[in-house]
Ligand binder design. Structure first.
Ligand code: F6P
Length: 319
């Protein structure tokens, strides 16, 4: 394989730049030309493609976001739209494609693979909701951003004896809420994977107050309900001074952590290795610290699971 391309797609995540850098440098090291597709699948269809050199990825490893930019492109589901993208690749003699993104991006990659473009997926999303990998690129950075926010909110919660509800991202997955709740010492974590009764939460807060607790932190995953809805629900059972913090897109930004940079570099390098061996239709990942590959078909089997043991522990530690 002499020419490959790389794109980032869907919601950006910290570490995507480090992954692109790894793809570009590994390929050039092995005398493979690399093209950058700007604005994800939209850029593929609209031919926003140019050759990348070593210098294009210099000074990028520490940057958040994605310099290739990203875009949502729902029309990429249409076969005739994808065909335009395929023709653009073929016109440049590009034989292989690396897609860095989440679930939706993988669906596009799977289709392209079926339609004859050798494609490898790299999991890039803060949500950590992709099968076939223990961690996605960006999760650790977002987790640390949330923890920092929880720590700061805790100061005010304590000064004013308040209950804070902190809404975090994650789409339909609870990993960000669970991990940040555990690391931030939250009293309660609400995640889509486990049903929890709001009355039980109110009772727990009440018992805490009776034991002398001065404040409470509730972390709610956006996939369960909004922070404001959670506040309204809670009000039905308990009368405490409550504030809501919706962390929003600040969770997606910032310089990637060391873990995310290393993960991105390893996965980027591995993706190129696979393409050089003409392997295709695979998503790379990390499981028990080993690099792994999983077919797109297998990635889409079953729902992403949270670590139940960790959930139980977070409950046990938040009494
Ligand atoms: O998938 C990443 C994510 O940040 C989710 O956590 C969130 O639900 C969604 O993207 C927000 O998407 P957008 O930036 O398009 O509003």
């Amino acid at each position: 394989m002499k020419k490959i391309a790389v794109l980032t797609s869907g919601g950006d995540s910290p570490g995507m730049n480090a992954a692109v850098r790894a793809v570009v440098r590994k390929a050039i090291y092995h005398d493979v030309e690399v093209y950058g597709i700007f604005q994800g699948y939209y850029g593929l269809v609209h031919n926003n493609i140019r050759k990348l050199e070593l210098g294009d990825v210099g000074d990028k490893i520490q940057r958040g976001g994605t310099f290739l930019q990203s875009a949502r492109c729902p029309e990429f589901k249409e076969p005739e739209v994808r065909q335009k993208g395929i023709e653009n690749l073929k016109a440049l003699g590009i034989e292989g494609l690396v897609v860095i993104g989440g679930d939706g991006s993988y669906r596009g990659a799977q289709r392209l693979n079926e339609e004859g473009i050798k494609t490898i997926g790299i999991p890039g999303t803060i949500d950590n909701d992709i099968n076939g990998t223990d961690f996605t690129i960006g999760f650790d950075t977002a987790l640390n951003t949330i923890i920092e926010s929880i720590d700061k909110i805790r100061d005010t919660a304590s000064s004013h004896e308040r209950t804070f509800i902190i809404e975090v991202m994650g789409r339909d997955a609870g990993d960000l809420a669970l991990w940040s709740g555990l690391a931030g010492g939250a009293e309660t974590v609400l995640i889509p994977e486990v049903k929890k009764d709001i009355k039980e939460i109110a009772d727990k807060i009440q018992q805490g107050i009776e034991r002398g607790k001065k404040h409470s932190i509730i972390v709610v995953a956006e996939g369960v309900m909004s922070g404001h809805e959670c506040g309204e629900e809670l009000k039905k059972y308990i009368n405490v001074d409550t504030r809501i913090s919706v962390l929003g897109h600040m969770q997606r930004g910032g310089s990637p952590t060391g873990l995310d940079r290393v993960l991105a570099s390893r996965l980027g390098g591995f993706a190129v290795e696979l393409l050089m061996k003409d392997e295709t239709g695979l998503a790379v990942g990390i499981q028990k610290n080993e690099l792994t590959k999983t077919t797109f078909d297998d990635i889409f089997v079953g729902e992403h699971q949270i670590d139940r043991k960790m959930y139980e522990l977070s409950d046990e530690l938040s009494i």
